[in-house]
Ligand binder design. Sequence first.
Ligand SMILES: [Zn+2]
Length: 197
Amino acid sequence: MLFPLKFRPKDSYKEGMRRFGANRDHGRRKHAGCDLYAPIGTPVFAVADGTVIAAYPFYLGSWAIEVDHGTFVVRYGEVKPKVAPGIKAGAKVAARQLLGEVGLLKGLKMSMIHFEMFSGAAKGPLTVKGNPPYQRRSDLMDPTPFLDAADMQAGKPPSPCFWFPGLQTGGRGFGLDADSRVGLAHGGGQFGFTNGM
Ligand SMILES: [Zn+2]
């Protein structure tokens, strides 16, 4: 597996609120992923070849992208509502392909990728509010060891992107400001705390 960003965040995803299993909502649930702190607009890349399951509103105006990577499923949470061109249900993605950018979290002073992993053994929605303490599907996995072992993207040639050659450099092929406003317009507040962070 590859790391989803070109750098490892200086704030460890194994500590504090960022770690898998950290308490949320005053202990009523546990954090279902690892938080990779990064500036808004940071490119987010596929960690392996796969097929997009869905992209949809997630938390505080941000979106999430679900990808079936064959031997595991990843939810790339808290990206911008405007995902990379072609990233939609059924689309094939290659390892290192651009999926989107780190998004704005309305009302918070931090931004990140909220990274969740599932084995793929279960089916259906990844968020299951009746399944404590994580409120996630039964095949949820701790992504920490996978992130620890992940190869870094930097210095490696980008994988071929047959659909959008202009994205091979990981560049900003899509707008920065407009999509944030879109996120604010129909985002904040309606996707409860059980979904994100
Ligand atoms: Zn999180």
